[in-house]
Structure formats: structure tokens, C-alpha cells
Design a binder for this molecule. Sequence first.
Ligand SMILES: [Zn+2]
Length: 293
Amino acid sequence: MARRKKKDLVKIIGIIIFVVGIVSYLKANTDLFNKGPEGDCYVDFIDCGQGDSSLIVSNGVTTLIDASTREDGEKVVDHLEERGIKKIDHFLLTHPHEDHIGGAIAVLESFDVENIYMKRPTEGTEPTTSVYLNLLKKIKEQGKTVHAVEVNDSFECGAVTFNVLGPVEDYEDLNDQSVILRGQIGEISFLFTGDQESSAEKDLVAYYGDTLESTVLKVGHHGSSGSSSKAFLQAVAPEIGIISCGEDNSYGHPHDEALKRLEKQQVEIYRTDTQGTITVTTDGKTIQCTEGK
Ligand SMILES: [Zn+2]
């Protein structure tokens, strides 16, 4: 009897070892699957008041697009510090308005910034605002230069390839001069359009057509009615739209007309004013959205 009990015990231990082995094997391979062939990537659409700032980190490489206002630049800095960012590899400023470049000096003073990208303003439209001039002064003081981006330029951020798509024409209006940037990781893509308005969107659609198609759209001009035209949304056909704007902002962003056009296009909408920082995580195959990070 005792011998039989011992045999049963050995059998049970054997089964336990086998089950634990199988579970460990499956877990290891599931993790590998979740990580995906492209590696990891997250995009934070930072809750930074009535301004814009998006952080993209992939395989340890960092890109920052815009830096919000002078007033809220510290929110951008705090967010990056919370994320453990020490160095910014690519820092792109879409256009020289205060709600996009206002916090740039705070960013430059707080982090080691490798590459700065801006578009050369259309001749005769070079801003004379103190926020713009002070930024150029700071860049010069730090011994850095600005890469003047043009259509067809590209750079790598870990597993993400960024391509400059626009602007495709010369515009007088600074909003329309916004750099249009598209990031691609595997099958997933992100489109950043700054504050470009509908006439410039029309030119973009005429130039690229359906190849503008992107999984995630950073909704143009904080959800203003002057952007997110029907033809543009149809060409981009985003699954997810992120609106960056301040709570109870004086512009009334996002405007109902833009929201309606996004809803009609069946875009899943996220907003920083009501949901805080929106984080999109992807492995190049699937995406997850979380709010309030
Ligand atoms: Zn703006």
C-alpha cells in the first residue's frame, strides 16, 4: 500500500512538472507574440492644455512632436520625466504658433535634444513673435541647428519610420504651413497634421489620394471646424481620431461640425480635454488605446 502511495505521489509530481512546463512554454511564446515582430511602440497624446504635444517612443528611441504653450510647457516636461525620458532623439515643431512651440525652450533646457526639425517659413511669412525669436535664440545658444524639413524627408524612430508628407504647396497662412508627418510601424500608421486647415487638406488629398490612409489620426487644429473636411477624412479613413485641446477652451474646440464629420466617418474619438493623456500602444499589428495616463 505504502509503495503504491509513493508511486501515485511520483505520478502527481510528474504531472505537475509537465503542466508547469507547458504553461511556461505557452506564456513565453505568447509574450513573444504580443511583442510582435516590430518591437514595441507607444504614442502619448499629452494632456497639456490648449496646445499640442505628442511623444512617440519605440525600441528606446524618442520623438517629440510640438511642445504646447509657454504656460503648459512644464506639463510636457513633467510627462516626459514621468516616462523616464532622458534624451529626445527627434524633436519636430509643426509650425511656429505659440500653442505648439511655446514650451519648446523648457524642453530644450530639460533634455538632451539630438535633432530639431522645423519647416522653413514661406518667404515673407517669417514670424516676428517673441516666442519664435526666443526659440531660435535658445537653439543658437545651445550650439544646435534646425533641420529644415521638406516633403519626402524621413527619419527612423526605433521601429517607426516617419515620412514628411507636407505641406505640398507654399502657403501664407502659418496653420497651413504645418508639417504633415506620417509614422509607420508594421501595418499601423499615425498621421500628424498640426493645424492645417481644409484648403491645405484638399491639396494633400489631391497629391496623395487614398495613400493618406492611416490607422490613427491626430485630428487637425484641435478639432476646429475649419479642418477635418469630409474628403480628407474619407482619404485618411482613420480608425481612431485623437483631439488635443484644453478643457473649456475659449475657442470652443472641438467644434460640433468637426465632431459630426468624424462620427459620420465612424472614427473612434478620444479627447485630451475630457480623458487626459491618451496613449496608443502598438506592436505593428494591433493597437490599444488607454486614457488618463
Ligand atoms: Zn494649434
